[in-house]
Structures are given as C-alpha cells and as structure tokens.
Design a binder for this molecule. Structure first.
Ligand code: ADP
Length: 180
C-alpha cells in the first residue's frame, strides 16, 4: 500500500493544490496533506484554520487525510509511514528549490521518494500569495479557490481591517507576505 505525503503551507488552499491532491489520490492508496506549522513568514491563517479549510474541501475524497506538522518534513513522512513525498511544479522557477529539497530528503532517508506532479496548465500561474493579494485589494478570487475558502479569506481580511482600524497591534496579517 503506497502512502504519499503532500506537504505545504496552504495559506490558503487553492484550486491548484486541490488539482494535485485529486490526481495524487488517484495514484496512491492514501494521501496525507501535511500542513506546515513552522513558517518563517507570518501566515494569513493559523494552522488550525488552514487544516479546517482543507478538511472541508477534501471531504469527498475517502483516501485523503489532513494533518498538521512542525519540524522536518522527512521526519513527519517517516512518522506517518509514508513512502512518497508529492510536490507540485508550476514553472522552472519552482524546480531549483524543489530539486534541492528532494535531494536533501533523499540523503536523509533514501527509502522515501519525492514525486513531482506537473501543474495543470490552467493553474500554472496560481499561488496562495496571488489569492491573498487579490483579496486584500478586493479582487475577485472566485476562479481560484472553493466557495468555503473564499468566504474565509474575505472574513479574515475584514477581521484584520477591523483590528487595524481599532489600532490593535496583535494583527498578524502582512500585506504581500512572501511569495509561494
Ligand atoms: P510551500 O510553502 O511548501 O511551497 P505551498 O502551499 O505554496 O507550500 O505549496 C505546496 C505545494 O503545492 C508545492 O509543491 C507547490 O509547488 C504546489 N503548488 C502550489 N500551487 C500550485 C499550482 N497552482 N499548481 C500546482 N502545484 C502547486
């Protein structure tokens, strides 16, 4: 039985991610979506919110699980007894980093393979950061994320606007916070 881990920040999950999850779920017996907790950049959504959104939009896939993790991806992969790490490649710009990660992970645990799924052409330009930035400037993100996620994104941005107006410095939302 082949189990794959599909790791990422998913801040928020987009149709590009979902396309990879759907295709991976056809290839592997089980796909574990690993939601990274320890991000260097401040996320728009905390990991519980990201996990909740992903669970909602993959609920019809019986062989997909959503789990958060922190620390090294390769250790998480071993913990959940997965054989394969799945990553998506959108453009040549993704490739250099992904190759370095795959080779590092292979060095650490030679029995875990990294497999790349080429993006579907219609999602090749799509990233979570594009969605966040569009939404912050009141752009329409309907073509890029499921309805449930769209509502959560606009709610979150409203929340941040309210905290900015009330001058609460606890606001963690950073405009244009990093590309991904
Ligand atoms: P990370 O911070 O680990 O890159 P992301 O959530 O940005 O996390 O992406 C997770 C994975 O999904 C990465 O392998 C990324 O290349 C892939 N991915 C992101 N957007 C798309 C897309 N539109 N099409 C295909 N793969 C994608």
């Amino acid at each position: 039985m082949a189990t794959a881990v599909y790791p990422g920040s998913f801040d928020p999950i987009t149709y590009g991610h979902l396309d990879i999850i759907r295709r991976a779920a056809e290839v592997f017996d089980k796909v574990i979506v690993g939601v990274l907790k320890n991000q260097t950049k401040t996320p728009l959504f905390n990991f519980e919110e990201r996990v909740d959104m992903i669970r909602e939009v993959v609920k019809d896939y019986p062989n997909v699980e959503v789990v958060s993790f922190h620390g090294l991806l390769i250790e998480f992969t071993k913990q959940v007894h997965a054989d394969v790490i799945v990553r998506g490649i959108r453009a040549v710009s993704d490739f250099e980093y992904e190759l370095m990660m795959a080779q590092t992970n292979k060095q650490l645990h030679p029995d875990v393979e990294t497999m790349f799924f080429a993006t579907s052409a219609k999602y090749s330009f799509l990233s979570s950061s594009t969605v966040r930035e569009l939404a912050m400037f009141d752009g329409d993100i309907t073509p890029f994320v499921p309805d449930y996620v769209r509502q959560k994104v606009y709610e979150k941005i409203d929340e941040h606007r309210q905290t900015e107006i009330s001058g609460d410095p606890a606001s963690g939302c950073q405009e244009g916070s990093g590309a991904d």
